[in-house]
Design a protein around this ligand. Structure first.
Ligand code: UTP
Length: 294
């Protein structure tokens, strides 16, 4: 029996330089996909996977993220007066989620590994999820839900993986599947024999990249404690994860669904189109819009 995954960490302290100038005053994680900010999509995904506590690793100047989940009595009152019941329900649901949000500061953006380490006290000694809000996965079954189900079978550390073009391996953490079986099918688990951060395409052990969804054991905090710098001079989560291979089960889940890298302009635009097309009230208008641009 694996211990249930009750807590999730959302690293949201990065600078979002690829989206400047939009992200000068507005955090990247507050950019909307259709009509919800990235962070809300991620928190709702976590909630649907059974997560009960949401830990934001945030930075000075990014208060809008926490405020988004706070109470909004004046707005709620105005919505009530106008009889906008649907919007009122949504506003209250957000504040209800917010009651389970804790924030911790990452004083400087030293890297994803450092951001996760900043949440060590809030996580404590139990397995936890990490969701990077700028990675989105569109599927009938939310990606973290797929992972929680797979984790129940294998335990240990679990990362979501997908193939990328070989020329892009230097943008991601890449899995070495060793001699393990890899059917390449959606939903399949791949045993992780090694992990490398942003390898040159000529050196990459595979084209299987780790996306921003993880279920991790608290031992990762001990490895991050050393604060060693890796690729790009940052404290990399991938390096700490690599240090646990062989000590406990470690798998990649070939999740089902389409992944969008919303930290990148084209990925973000694609996500907006795909998520709008997924909505009954917008699908037809999106089809017309797409034709207009062909
Ligand atoms: P990214 O590298 O995609 O985000 O990190 P970034 O650094 O904000 O963006 P660019 O590359 O400058 O455009 C993925 C996630 O990890 C968080 C980011 O906020 C983002 O949600 N992060 C990254 C931290 O919380 N702290 C860090 O030190 C680095």
């Amino acid at each position: 029996m694996t211990q249930p995954v009750r807590k999730a960490v959302f690293p949201v302290a990065g600078l979002g330089t690829r989206f400047l100038p939009a992200t000068r005053a507005i955090p990247k994680e507050m950019l909307p996909v259709v009509d919800k900010p990235l962070i809300q999509w991620a928190v709702e995904e976590a909630a649907s996977a059974g997560i009960e506590e949401f830990i934001f690793v945030t930075a000075p100047g990014k208060e809008a993220i926490e405020a988004h989940f706070g109470p909004a009595p004046a707005l709620d009152h105005a919505l009530e007066e106008k009889g906008k019941d649907g919007l009122l329900r949504e506003s209250r649901a957000l504040a209800a989620l917010g009651a389970h949000v804790t924030c911790v500061l990452q004083p400087e953006p030293l890297g994803l590994g450092h951001a996760v380490w900043c949440a060590r006290e809030q996580v404590g000694g139990e397995p936890f999820a990490v969701l990077l809000p700028d990675d989105m996965v569109l599927d009938e079954t939310p990606c973290l839900q797929q992972m929680v189900a797979a984790y129940g079978k294998v335990g240990g550390n679990l990362v979501a993986v997908e193939d990328v073009p070989r020329e892009h391996t230097n943008r991601y953490g890449i899995v070495d599947p060793g001699d393990g079986e890899d059917t390449g099918e959606r939903g399949a688990l791949v045993a992780v024999a090694g992990l490398v951060e942003k390898p040159d395409p000529s050196q990459a052990p595979s084209t299987l990249s780790v996306i921003g969804r993880y279920i991790l054991q608290p031992r990762v905090f001990e490895l991050l404690e050393a604060g060693e710098r890796g690729a790009g001079g940052e404290i990399q989560l991938t390096d700490a994860l690599a240090g646990m291979i062989g000590d406990m089960p470690f798998h990649g889940l070939r999740f089902s669904g389409e992944r969008f890298d919303c930290g990148d302009k084209i990925g973000y635009l694609r996500a907006n189109m795909a998520y709008a097309r997924d909505r009954d009230d917008l699908r037809d208008a999106v089809a017309v819009l797409c034709k207009a641009f062909v």
